[in-house]
Design a protein around this ligand. Sequence first.
Ligand code: FES
Ligand code: FES
Length: 152
Amino acid sequence: MATIELSINGQQKEIDVDPNTPLLWVLRDHLDLVGTKYGCGIAQCGACTVHVDGVAMRSCSMPVQGLAGKKITTIEGLSDNGDHPVQQAWIAHDVPQCGYCQAGQIMSAAALLKKNANPSDQDIDTAMNGNICRCGTYTRIKAAIKTAAKNS
Ligand code: FES
Ligand code: FES
């Protein structure tokens, strides 16, 4: 066990945990931030996507020990009131079906738009490639990203 200091959604947190614990389980089990989902556990589905220093990362495969001093943002911290342009576009396009993958989809989309305000179809496909949706909401996801890009 070790005490790890993390910056999560703008707040400093101290957590006593095995340093090899993946960030996902610190978020869910220690901090009750359960918007970030467990899908595969091997960085293959994107359900667990968060931002680390603004970059979309898979929290299921990221030991917490390397994250001191980095800024971590989860779906709960993406905006104060659920009004990030990506979240608004998701509502406008009625994107989710079961919803399980959607926090990860939104976090990947938000990270894309942060570094590329006007992504092409190819840019969107590349950025979203690792986010799997077994409900097949891909068409709505792409349309919503284009709307969010216009409104950002
Ligand atoms: S749960 Fe992390 S990528 Fe699938
Ligand atoms: S909305 Fe069901 S898995 Fe994506």
